[in-house]
Every structure is written in structure tokens, then in C-alpha cells.
Ligand binder design. Structure first.
Ligand code: FMN
Length: 208
């Protein structure tokens, strides 16, 4: 079982990075293989809306996303993390989410009929983590919701949405034991849900 952690902050050693790392560490000892990537390390453009992916469910743009797509397809679950930038995810995370449009399938005649490719294949699991500087919930805006709703549309079940407030400077998460514990607990819950899924599938397969 594989989990891919994806960090959407341009600050590679920042709060989001540290908390995604904690979530992945929370899976330790559960038989899960983890990998963490920083979107800032990949050179990719915005979705062009060209619909070149319609027939194949593969993006036709030959840029850095082509290095991420295979890892996403291989992973059984993802942990997405983004700081809040003006009440939403970073532009980096939004560009990444939009480039997942290739994994959305639509009926040829009725576009209100649609399904995520992952959903058609049995569904995947996810955790989202958002970080913001202010302490009031409204100042955190929509970052967690943007990631969660997109993942759900793509056939992921979001088992936990961790919203951490009050972190500003890039190393503050390192001293915030509560934030770290919340991220680790979310990671553990994700791993336990993956194990449960595996157990159900094994049981049902042997019964057939
Ligand atoms: C362009 C920009 C916009 C921001 N907008 C918000 C905001 O709307 N609400 C908030 O609470 N914090 C906001 N912040 C603060 C960051 O969310 C905060 O510093 C966070 O800890 C950064 O995470 P990182 O260390 O992973 O980059 C903003 C920061 C930047 C640079």
C-alpha cells in the first residue's frame, strides 16, 4: 500500500511540509510505504482546458506533471497539504488540482453525468491539511474545502481534513506539538482505513 504526500507550499521547509511529513510519519508501522513530493520542484503549467484528455484520461501537456501522474496512479491514497493564501489554496496547489481534470470522465451526451476515474476503479483515500496564520476559522477560508471537494469529485474519500491555524513563520509547526499530533493522528487514521479496506477486499475475494 502506497501513500503519496503532496506539498503545495513554495516554502519547502515550511509549516505545510512539516505537517504533511507528520501525517506520513503517523502511518509508520502500519505496513504503508510513503513518499513526499513538493509541487515547487516540478515545472508545470495551468490546465489549458483543451479537452485533449477526454478519450484517454491522460493529459496531453508534456511538462513536469507527467512525472507526478504515474505516482498518483500508483498510490492508494494521498495526503494533500497547502497553506492558505488569501482564503484558499496556493496557486501552485490550484494549478495541480486543475491538472487532475484528466482523471474526470463525462458522458458524451449529458455532461451532468460524470465520474472520477478513481471512483470507477473502486475509489481511493485521502487526507487534506491546510495551514493558516490567523486564528479565526473564517480567515482560514476555503483551502481545505477546495482540496477535499476536488479529491472527492475525483473518486477519493477524504477520511480527515486537518485545519491548522496560527502558524506564520516557516518553522512554527516544528514547535506546535498539538498541530503535529493532529496531523499524525490523521495519517494514522488514513493508514488504518487503508488496512480496513484491504481486509474487506481480501475477505470478499476469498468468499467468491
Ligand atoms: C500570499 C499569502 C497569502 C496569505 N493569506 C492568508 C490568509 O488568507 N489567511 C491566513 O490566515 N494566512 C494567510 N497567509 C499566511 C500563511 O498561510 C502562513 O504563513 C502559513 O503558515 C504558510 O505555510 P508554509 O510555511 O507551509 O508556507 C498568507 C501568506 C501569503 C504569503
Amino acid at each position: 500500500m502506497k501513500v503519496l504526500g503532496i506539498v503545495g507550499s513554495p516554502r519547502k521547509e515550511g509549516n505545510t511540509s512539516q505537517l504533511v511529513r507528520q501525517a506520513l510519519d503517523g502511518m509508520m508501522g502500519q505496513g504503508v510505504e510513503t513518499e513526499m513530493i513538493h509541487l515547487a520542484d516540478y515545472d508545470f503549467c495551468d490546465c489549458r482546458g483543451c479537452e485533449g484528455c477526454r478519450e484517454t484520461y491522460a493529459c496531453v501537456i508534456g511538462d513536469g506533471m507527467q512525472k507526478i501522474y504515474p505516482r498518483l496512479l500508483e498510490a492508494d491514497a494521498v495526503v494533500l497539504g497547502s497553506p492558505t493564501y488569501f482564503y484558499d489554496v496556493t496557486a501552485l496547489m490550484k494549478a495541480f488540482l486543475d491538472r487532475l481534470y484528466c482523471f474526470e470522465a463525462f458522458d458524451d451526451e449529458d455532461r451532468s453525468v460524470w465520474m472520477g476515474v478513481n471512483e470507477a476503479l473502486g475509489g481511493k483515500l485521502a487526507v487534506v491539511i491546510s495551514v493558516c496564520e490567523q486564528s479565526k476559522a473564517e480567515d482560514a477560508g476555503f483551502a481545505a474545502k477546495t482540496m477535499a471537494m476536488t479529491l472527492e469529485a475525483l473518486g477519493y474519500r477524504v477520511v480527515d481534513s486537518v485545519q491548522i491555524a496560527g502558524l506564520f513563520a516557516k518553522d512554527e509547526a516544528g514547535a506546535d506539538r498539538e498541530a503535529q499530533a493532529r496531523a499524525r493522528a490523521a495519517g494514522r487514521r488514513l493508514a488504518r482505513t487503508m488496512l480496513l479496506k484491504q481486509r474487506i477486499r481480501e475477505k470478499l475475494t476469498t468468499q467468491v
